[in-house]
Design a protein. Structure first.
Length: 143
């Protein structure tokens, strides 16, 4: 039902895009995200790979991060500054166990440079889990 509401007024993929980002979702090293724009509001959700440090005891498992965030775009046009807030999730599976967790809430601001088919973005965010903050950036295209 929700998909019909989201897609009904704009065609099959109207307003939807896909992007590849660094620390987006914020719990991952690199991820793939789907974003929908209802100007001036944006909803984004994604899934990414978590790179473990070389000092980790468990480097043979699969570790994934996900996240959901909302953005408020302050302008329309090519250069679109925004405020965003969201949260992340992470999961890991190894030979001796599995785990899942929801990470801390994050808040930040950034700039989206978006034309009719392609966009780039960058933001700086503060989160409980990162202490001093973290940078996100990436590239995407409209579907």
């Amino acid at each position: 039902m929700m998909a019909i509401l989201l897609l009904g007024s704009q065609g099959i993929c109207g307003g939807w895009s896909v992007n590849m980002g660094y620390h987006n979702p914020h719990t991952s090293t690199i991820g793939v995200n789907f974003m929908h724009v209802w100007d001036p509001y944006v909803v984004e959700a994604g899934l990414g790979y978590i790179r473990l440090s070389s000092s980790s005891d468990d480097i043979s498992g699969i570790n994934l991060g996900g996240g959901v965030n909302g953005k408020y775009l302050f302008r329309s046009g090519l250069f679109r500054p925004y405020l965003q807030a969201g949260f992340g999730m992470s999961s890991g599976v190894s030979g001796d166990g599995a785990g899942f967790g929801v990470s801390g809430f994050f808040l930040g601001g950034g700039l989206l440079v978006m034309d009719s088919s392609f966009y780039i973005y960058s933001s700086y965010n503060l989160s409980e889990g990162y202490g001093s903050g973290f940078l996100q950036f990436g590239v995407g295209f409209n579907l």
